[in-house]
Design a protein around this ligand. Sequence first.
Ligand SMILES: Cc1cc2nc3c(=O)[nH]c(=O)nc-3n(C[C@H](O)[C@H](O)[C@H](O)COP(=O)(O)OP(=O)(O)OC[C@H]3O[C@@H](n4cnc5c(N)ncnc54)[C@H](O)[C@@H]3O)c2cc1C
Length: 525
Amino acid sequence: SSFKNEYYDYIVVGGGPAGIITAERFVEAGKKVLLLERGVGPTVATGANETLPWNKDLTAIDLPGLSADVGSLDVWNDYMCTDTEGMAACVLGGGVTVNYMVFVYPPAHDFDDNNNWPEGWKWKDLKPAAERLYQRNPGTTLPSADGKHYDQGLYSVLSKFFNSVGWKSVDMISQPDEKHQVYSYPSWNIKDQKRAGPVRTYLPLAEKHSNFDLSLSSKVLRVVRSGSKVTGVEIETASKKTKIISLAHNGRVVLAAGALSTPRLLFNSGIGPKKQIETAKKSGINVPAEKEWLDLPVGLGFRDHPIFTLNVQTNGSFGIPDYDAILNGTDRKDISLYGKDSGLLTQGKHRMIFFSSNEVNGQTRYYQGSCAPDADSVLEIKAYLTHGATSSGVLVLTSEQKTVIEKSPYMQTAGDRKAAAAFIQSLIKDISDPGSGLELTTKPNITAILSTISSGNHYTTTAKMGTDDGRKGGSSVVDTNTKVYGMDNLFVVDGSIHPDLPTGNIQTTIMVIAEAAAERILAQH
Ligand SMILES: Cc1cc2nc3c(=O)[nH]c(=O)nc-3n(C[C@H](O)[C@H](O)[C@H](O)COP(=O)(O)OP(=O)(O)OC[C@H]3O[C@@H](n4cnc5c(N)ncnc54)[C@H](O)[C@@H]3O)c2cc1C
C-alpha cells in the first residue's frame, strides 16, 4: 500500500480483536484511520486463497468443526508468531483466528470484586460496551440451524455426573453471573455457521468507509516520538524495507499488538524498565535518546490462567471426529448436513464447559473446565485457575527481539497453590467415587497434576491500567483513559491493560474492553 503521511488521525497497531474493534469505532466517528497488521488475511474476503476442497468460499479456519484440529492445519505455522513467549497468532484477527472459539460472557464480579479494575471500569460502566459487542458478535450455544446439539455422548455422561454431585445446568450466555458449581453447553464465537470474531463482524463495516485503510504484512517496529508526543510509527514491510508513517497533527497511535507483543513495541519506543530499553537498543532498534526514556513497569505484573489437565475414562459413547475426512471432503454425511447449515461441523471442539469456585483465606478463586473428547469414551478436562488467582510474573525482551518469560506467572502464591490443590482434589474425589461411572486414566496424583501446568494463552497485565502512575512507583502503565503515562497521544487497548484475569476464556472480555476503550479515547478527541 502507499501510506498517506500526515493524514491519519489514528494509527492502530495490530489487527487482532482489540485492534479491529477500536479501529472500526474510530472510523465510524469519522476519523481517518490506518490499521497496521503484521500478518496476512485468513478469510477469502481478506485475501486467503487456500480454501476447502469442497467449498471455495471457506478456508479451514472458517469451519467450526475443524477448530479442534487447528494445530494440524497447514496454515498453523504460517499464522503463529515466532517471536513471542507462549502462543500468539501473527495473522489478521490475532488469536481469534486460531483459537478454540470458546466465548465466555464475563460475569459482573470479574470487574467488581478484588479492586483491580479502577473506577470507571466496573461492570455498570462496561455493560453498554458489552451490549454493543454482543449485538454484532453474540456467540452461540446452539450454532446448528436445525436447533440440535450434535455428538452429545460426552455431555450426557458428564451432565449425569455433575447432577449427581449437586451441580446445576445453566446457559452460560443468558446466565453469565452463575459461576459456581454449574455446567453449560459451550458458548462459541460462531455466527452463520462460521468462525466469527471482528474480522467478520467489525472489519467489513470499517471497510465500507473511505477514511479507513488496512495494511497487511506491515510490522510496526516502534512508535516515533518527539518527547512525550508520538509523531508516527516505523514499520517493516514484507520485503523487509523500513519506513516511517507520520500522524496527522493531533493524531494518535493506539497499540493493540497483544499482551505478548505490545510490551516489545513499548520497549522499542523507549518506554519500560531501563534494562528492557537497553536490550531493545542492543537489538538494533532506533530507540529514542536516553533522556526521553519513560521508566514504566511494562512487562511486570504479567498474568495468565494456568491449566491443569485430567483425562477421564467414561462408559459413554463418543470419540474424536475424523478430521482428515472433513478436510478432504470424504465425510459426506457431515458435509452434506453442513450444506444445510446444520450438524457437527457447525460446532467447536468442546462439548461442555463448567465453572466453580472456592474460598481460601477469604479470597475467592474461580475455575473453568473445558471438556472435549480425547479418545473413544475418554474425555479431557482442561481445568483453568481463573479470576481471583493472585500470581503474576515478568515478561522481558531478548536482544533477538523475542519476548520471553523471566518469571513464570503461574502458581507463585501459597494461596493459589492451596486453592488449586483443594479444587482439583475435590474434583478427583467425586470422579473416583465408585458410583460415578468415571475413572481417571492415570493414578490420581494431585502433585503431578498440579505441577504439569500448561499455559492458558490468556495473557494480560503487561501494560496495566490503573490510577497509580508507574513513573511514581505505582504499578500502572496506562491511565483510566488507556493513555500511556507520560505520553500525550499514545494508547493501549489490548489484553496488556487488563488489571485482572477473567473467570473464563478471555476473548469476549478483550472485545468488551476494546469497545469501552474506543469510547474513552474518542471522548477526548
Ligand atoms: C491457541 C490459542 C487458543 C485460544 N483459545 C481461546 C478460546 O477458545 N477462547 C478465548 O476466549 N480465548 C482464546 N485464546 C485467547 C485469545 O485468542 C486472545 O486472548 C486474544 O486473541 C487476544 O486479543 P488481543 O487483541 O489482545 O491480541 P492478539 O489476538 O494477540 O492480536 C494482536 C495482533 O497484533 C498483531 N501484531 C503483533 N505485533 C505487531 C506489530 N509489531 N506490528 C503489527 N501488528 C502486530 C498480531 O499479528 C495480531 O493480529 C486463545 C489463544 C491462543 C493463542
